[in-house]
Write a protein that binds this ligand. Structure first.
Ligand SMILES: [Zn+2]
Ligand SMILES: [Zn+2]
Length: 423
């Protein structure tokens, strides 16, 4: 008994000597963000670090993904996941290590920023992988760090799965992942069951018939058709779902026409759906299709609307038993009440694909990245919602203690699954 706690202490003994190096890795990745499926430089850094620490390394898994394997005797295997991609956002943090990078997105040059904190995730995982490699006498089993591309487009986890993640690498006993979020820096938040929502995005093209703006009788006006559709879509959540069932239906883009006196041929809607339950999800998606088709028909549309899936994120569901085990380990290690029970968030994550499709219990948690004094003040004045969230151009986690907390959390959670060493 006590072997695991001792193992954690041994593993983390090197963390403080590693921190300056990890901080420079973080700043370097932050100032060199890469868009989804373009994470070549970041993947290169991860792969080099894993090789230097003694891992077997596979690169190019699902285009830019990196998988490391460290076999250290008999015992369970644990997969640890970090996502690597940044966003087409112009950074406005004013930090000395802020990004000034532009990159190509579908033939257009766009500014790029690590606005979701995936640079922190990569750094956490490099730190964790390094510590496990340094203290091999503190544990037994197999550690498998996975650096995933393209979380922000919902394509990366699936790309790695399609590229043989489940057949080329050892099947883990548990899959662990973490995300930096608004919250007091160094605090950990998680829950059993659903932790992030399912996300579905669609493009809907509605067809009309163009005409001179002065001759509406000659047209089938797609602007009115689309406007009516947008309003009717609002009734799905308010009128079709039970008040206890949560969902979001947002039309984030509505485009039609070019000029005030020309009735256009078509209108394009882009919409995003978030749900926390598969039955509710199916209901909402069916209602969208029904309403879109019915509104087109009500307008005498010459043809049925085209509904195209843009992206899809699975529910992230924390396995109850695995969550209990992980949270127990967190509570044993972290002092005070740093480990919080959180509500599910309407953010979405493709982390859920790994556990669901490999049928391995998975646990996902959040690590606060907001300066503790700033967060406490915002909480007191009821202005937490005004703090820059993930994807905001001013989103900037404080490096300390966010950096060390994420490494500690990953080491502690991993050690809850690996076997203690034999004395
Ligand atoms: Zn994001
Ligand atoms: Zn993210």
């Amino acid at each position: 008994m006590g072997d695991k706690a001792e193992g954690v202490q041994n593993l983390l003994a090197y963390l403080h000597t590693l921190l300056p190096d990890l901080e420079s890795v973080y700043k370097d990745i932050h100032s060199h963000p890469e868009l989804s499926m373009q994470e070549n430089r970041t993947a290169g850094i991860a792969a080099d670090r894993l090789r230097a620490a003694g891992y077997e390394v596979a690169t190019g898994v699902g285009k830019t993904g990196v998988v490391g394997v460290l076999r250290n005797g008999d015992g369970p295997a644990v997969m640890l996941r970090a996502d690597m991609d940044a966003l087409p956002v112009r950074e406005a943090t004013g930090l000395p290590y802020a990004s000034r990078v532009n990159a190509d997105q579908n033939g257009k040059s766009v500014p790029v920023m690590h606005a979701c904190g995936h640079d922190m995730h990569v750094t956490w995982l490099i730190g964790t992988a390094t510590l496990f490699a340094r203290s091999r006498s503190a544990w037994r089993g197999t550690l498998m760090p996975v650096f995933q591309p393209a979380e922000e487009t919902g394509a990366g986890a699936q790309a790695m799965i399609n590229d043989g993640l489940f057949t080329r690498f050892p099947k883990p006993t548990a899959i662990l992942g973490q995300h930096v979020m608004v919250g007091s820096s160094g605090e950990i938040g998680t829950r059993s069951g659903v932790i992030t929502s399912a996300g579905d995005s669609f493009e809907i093209r509605m067809f009309g018939r163009g005409a001179h703006g002065s001759m509406p009788q000659a047209s089938i006006d797609p602007v009115v058709m689309a406007a009516s559709t947008v309003l009717r879509l609002q009734t799905i959540v308010s009128r079709e779902l039970a008040p206890t069932d949560a969902a979001v239906v947002t039309v984030g883009s509505l485009q039609a026409g070019t000029k005030e006196n020309v009735i256009p041929d078509e209108a394009i809607l882009k919409l995003n759906v978030r749900t926390f339950d598969e039955v509710v999800r199916k209901k909402v998606l069916a209602a969208i299709e029904r309403i879109v088709n019915a509104e087109a028909e009500a307008s005498r549309a010459p043809k049925k609307p085209e509904i195209t899936l843009l992206d899809r994120y699975p529910l992230v569901k924390n396995d109850p038993e695995a969550t209990r085990r992980t949270v127990d380990a967190f509570r044993n290690y972290f002092q005070g009440d740093r480990v919080k029970d959180t509500q599910p968030t309407t953010a979405s994550e493709d982390f859920g694909s790994f556990g669901a499709e490999w049928q391995v219990p998975a646990v996902f948690w959040f690590v606060g990245g907001t300066d503790p004094a700033t967060y406490a003040k915002a909480k007191e004045s009821g202005t937490v919602a005004d703090l820059p969230t993930n994807h905001n151009p001013r989103f900037a986690p404080v490096i300390h203690p966010t950096l060390e907390a994420g490494v500690e959390a990953m080491v502690v959670a991993s050690q809850a699954w690996l076997s203690p060493s034999v004395h």
